[in-house]
Design a protein around this ligand. Sequence first.
Ligand SMILES: Cc1cc2nc3c(=O)[nH]c(=O)nc-3n(C[C@H](O)[C@H](O)[C@H](O)COP(=O)(O)OP(=O)(O)OC[C@H]3O[C@@H](n4cnc5c(N)ncnc54)[C@H](O)[C@@H]3O)c2cc1C
Length: 461
Amino acid sequence: MPTDRAATTALPTALRRIVGDAHVLTDPATTESYRTDWTGRWRSPESTVVVRPADTAQTAAVVAACADARVPVTPQGGNTGLVGGAQPSVSGPSVILSTRRMAGIGAVDTADRCIPVGAGAVLADVRAAARKAGLTVGVDLAARDSATIGGMVATNAGGVHVIRYGSMRAQVLGIEAVTAAGHVFRRWRPLRKDNVGYDLPGLLAGSEGTLAVITAVLVRLVVPARRTAVAVVGVNHVADAQRVVAAVEASGAPVHAAELMTATGLGLVGRAGARNPLRRDVPYAVLVECAGTPDLLAEVLDEQDRVLDAAVEPGPAHRLWAVRERHTEVIAEVSQTPVVKLDVTVPSAAMSDLVAGVERLAADLPDSPRPATPVLFGHVGDGNLHVNIVDVPRGRQDEIVDAVLRLVDALGGSISAEHGVGRAKRAWIELGRDAVDLAMMRAVKGALDPDGLFNPGAVLA
Ligand SMILES: Cc1cc2nc3c(=O)[nH]c(=O)nc-3n(C[C@H](O)[C@H](O)[C@H](O)COP(=O)(O)OP(=O)(O)OC[C@H]3O[C@@H](n4cnc5c(N)ncnc54)[C@H](O)[C@@H]3O)c2cc1C
């Protein structure tokens, strides 16, 4: 999007008139935390302005002012995204529109099981409000204390319970958003079925700030299981982990989560204080959470000859979950070079090949400064693996990313399971998408945001 320097100089003044002086940040020291992503890999220029509207009307006015000044807008929620989607990288002036002040949480509708929330409401707060009414949000993830509902819809976040309740798109009953023309789009009826025309809320889910700024969401709620059981199960092979999950499912106990871990990951989180609950070393472990009692789960596991060892507890089993949830933070701390972080999905039958292929690719790298080590974990029930490779030699990062993503494509998978494309994977978006598919996506972008106002540089080149 071309920028007009004269208009840009005047933009902060126009924005201050809309949101007040305190909510337009221009000092690079103050904007630093907005301009840097969670991984530290993505940074926006110091000239980036941060604006924090209080409501939908202010958001619409901010978008209109930016459109007038021809300055691009990148929406940002909790800034926990892992693909650089919330960090504008344009060389000219640019605005981060932070939704964090739009954090209102309305009353739970127990009849239609939903809750109205501002886009900036944090997942943990929404879950706490739902819990008071005996309900919960179907999506949960380790970044729950910072990730916002708007950001989660914008990335179509997945998390640990997709196997049971689907991803964030499936939790959207209603949505309110500001379009590039500064209009307010609102579909806001608590209906489980509504087939009139195109599924525009579904389109905004996963649009990563490139089509509209989401300002509020009517979030579907679910009834939590009365009793859950959690097990960490040691196995020899990835396929054995999948068989254990299938056996639990076949027993009639609905599976709520199925998380793969490796000996390397268990060792790392163990050294960081989340002790491996298993009594012996195992090559792989799978955390299974299901509805039911620990006794029933233990009974199913006892019948599985592929189980090397198991620790079973009643839910919520924070001690067992900590072992899985500490992975992301610990990985970020141990690597001497920027971590190669990829979130991919493959058909279930290809999961073992993916793990073996990534291990081979890492082993082929030179040992500099230390041997590159894959730390693989993820939502094995959905075929979703988080590929992290630590200590990749400097200068070899792009090459290994390229090799892993091409391997995923060759195995019939997707280069982004749940984190999105952002800036990190934009160069590979053609993997798994043909020319017609890409042209349709570009047509949607062109129709909804003809001037390229929203989040240029993310998702589509
Ligand atoms: C420890 C940790 C664990 C995680 N685990 C998971 C996991 O299990 N599953 C998973 O899917 N993700 C996971 N993530 C990634 C991240 O939490 C999700 O992508 C989350 O949905 C991002 O929400 P956010 O509010 O932080 O969005 P941000 O990071 O602020 O933004 C992410 C993207 O959404 C856009 N956006 C944000 N808000 C809006 C809005 N209101 N309107 C339009 N666009 C918007 C931004 O432009 C950007 O492109 C994890 C992250 C961390 C740090």
